[in-house]
Ligand binder design. Sequence first.
Ligand code: ADP
Length: 503
Amino acid sequence: AACTLAAWLMHGAFDQSNLIMVYLLGVTGIAFRYGRGPSIMGALLSVAAFDFFFVQPYLTFAVSDVQYVLTFLVMLTVALVISTLAVQLRAQAELARQRERRTAALYAMTRELASLRGLDPLLQAAARHISAVFGGETALLLPDASGALQPKTGLADGISERERGTAQWVYDHGRMAGRSTDTLPSASATYLPLVAARGPVGVLGVRPADEKRLLDPEQIHLLETFANQTTVAIERAHLAEEAYAAGVQVETERLRNALLSSVSHDLRTPLASITGAASTLLDAEDALPLPVRQELAQTIVDESERLNRLLTNLLEMTRLEAAGVRIRKEWQPLEEVIGVALAQFDRQLGRRPVTVEVPDDLPLVPLDGLLIGQVLANLLDNALKYTPPGSPLALSAAHAGQAVEVRLADAGPGVPEAALAAIFQKFYRVRPDERLAHAGASVGLGLTICQGIIEAHGGRIWAENRPGGGAVFAFTLPLEGEPPALPAIGEEEPDERTADFAD
Ligand code: ADP
């Protein structure tokens, strides 16, 4: 009607062939907009209208000139060809859009699956993506230890025994079955096997929201692509789990071996000394002069202490590994903790020059006295073990920004640059045969424990070499929070305060 109106207005001023163009334009428009049927209809109507209004005799379908028959035929053919092309173009565009949507959906799923850790979140995400694309519900079933499938993410109303039977068949035979297939088509969902390189890993079931809708081959193909991606992700999760388990086992094995070998040597050496000294005392007590007896007793005490330190470290290590460190921070003056630690080594330090530098205005530090004491003891023990007897030690503490930094400097051989970080690793010793030279507590755990304790305090521990030779072991303790307000001297409860510090 619109074309006829336009042609009517042009009639007289324009050639008849131009009027035909107007109709062709209309048919093309219809073809693009409404597809083939309407466009053929449009072509026929155009021919009829053109004949009726613009071919003599006017307002009849009669045709006076035979050449118009040719005009009609050409007009009809052109209309048909155009509409066919237009329809094809439309279909292609639609297909491309659909592909693009599916590729995008697949990409979105693959990307999310790749970013997830652990099997469960992965299955949830896969089911969500597949449901979104296929407009229905998705079930993922994975085999348990006995090979029986268990639903991991389910259809909302659960999976009936019969459905599960279908899924199991799919799993056992590695072939698709259920709805929209030739095998067991009465099932409510389509089931696809998830088969990885190492064998089947599970089954994917998809039930369209529309009860009666079947999946066409194109959709089934797409579903297979999604199933493949899900399979890859599941297998990756399985492999990661296996690798983790294997890693844990290797680590446990290594730990056990290292512990056994160190225990067999490091516990035995001090024990041998203790047994030796004690039995000498027993056998020849009277025959021995007093200084010798004292020396033997001292050996027993020293070696027992060493054993104690070693056992503490070993136990502490197990505790650190199992549960992390539990610390009880209290605001304490650092010089007190340092004093207690130094007192433990009074005898071993002997005549070594030891300087302690703690500024008077050093604030109270929130710390666990026992644990920081242990850190200092381990560092002092190392300094005694790895530096020549009689060489000087310097302990210092200083306020550094929002933390307090403690440093223990020695004048020993230092630590090879390459090992400065590694010495904090479990069982790491610069020279593996070191413990032979320093019979006693040396398993390469001391610094590891120090690090665990300091990091639990929120601080940092590191080693460096002094320009003039010797090593420095330093750690920081952050000054977080507010120290408790101390009552002014002479005011209430001075006793409790002292008790606090001692604690
Ligand atoms: P260990 O039980 O063997 O002492 P640590 O973890 O305490 O284990 O120390 C790891 C290694 O760091 C030691 O084997 C030693 O080689 C090196 N080390 C530690 N303290 C010092 C130091 N003050 N001077 C030189 N080397 C040190």
